[in-house]
Design a protein around this ligand. Sequence first.
Ligand code: XMP
Length: 322
Amino acid sequence: MDIKEIRLEDLDVTAFIEEQVAAIREAVGQGQAVNALSGGVDSSVVTLLGHRALGDQLKTAFVDNGLMRQDEPQYIQRIFADFGVPVEIVDAQDQFFAALRGVVDPEAKRDQGITKVFYKDVFGQLVRDCGAKVLLQGTNYTDVEETVAGIKRQHNILEQLGIDTQAAYGYTVLEPIIQLRKPAVRAVGKALGLPEELYARPPFPGPALAARVIGEVTPERVALVRAATLIVEEELRDSSAFQYMAILHEDRVTGLRDGKRDFGYQIEVRCWDSTDAVTAAPTNLPFEKLRCIAERVTQEVPGVVSVTYNIAAKPPSCIEAV
Ligand code: XMP
């Protein structure tokens, strides 16, 4: 791998920001660039770097793939409006669900379901519409490392897998934070003035809730995991864990509701202690907290009869289930 990591302890945040702003300006010149904002720490940092470098030459798009958390597109649009960054919400829900129909294999979901629709269809169209030649995105060092090692195909890795984006999609990709891991990205975000609710936000994967639905990703199954996610995030917000999530299992199990057999859904809760997502350990949550989550999920998410907590570490587990 020919990308060199900049470690947090070696990072001069001010110099890094200046260098990246200059590099973006040079790469884009007088033209237009499209920026892929998902609302995570990484793409939020890239959005502010891009805005600083390009101002009106930057078109920032939030792709609503139908797989995001509750009310996420509007929440992110509001936050960036405060920075004077207009965010266009692009409704691509039908395209993503069509591509994901019938797909159960995890890597196929990431590849044909997410990567292809994002880069070829949605961003390809956006770039053509505004005549841009460059796409900005928030790939970080860990994304590259895991993909190159063959652990998991992170949705945003292209060039390092030998994909010529110009030939495949019609634009080049700029990745200003590709040398940084999460703690360093957060430090840059803080220095750029991002609110703490964004720079300290737990990571969220590019494939979004599709990474948390085992088996076929349908609007109905995403709605289930979205409702469970809302509860888990509310309950664990103060846990100071690195990341926490709900996962919908493919198998159903026998349960009992209102005195009758109910063959229902299973939700798995995961909560991780980690600094950089390379290794992670399950958080030692109080049992009372787990019981409270189970009670809320089974009562508030229709059809769920079982809630489990993952107690395996990464490795051999992974943070996301897909
Ligand atoms: P895993 O599941 O590989 O996750 O242990 C490591 C970290 O990366 C996030 N993740 C992704 N981020 N695109 C992303 O931008 C992806 O395809 C992707 N898959 C996993 C995950 O949430 C965790 O923080």
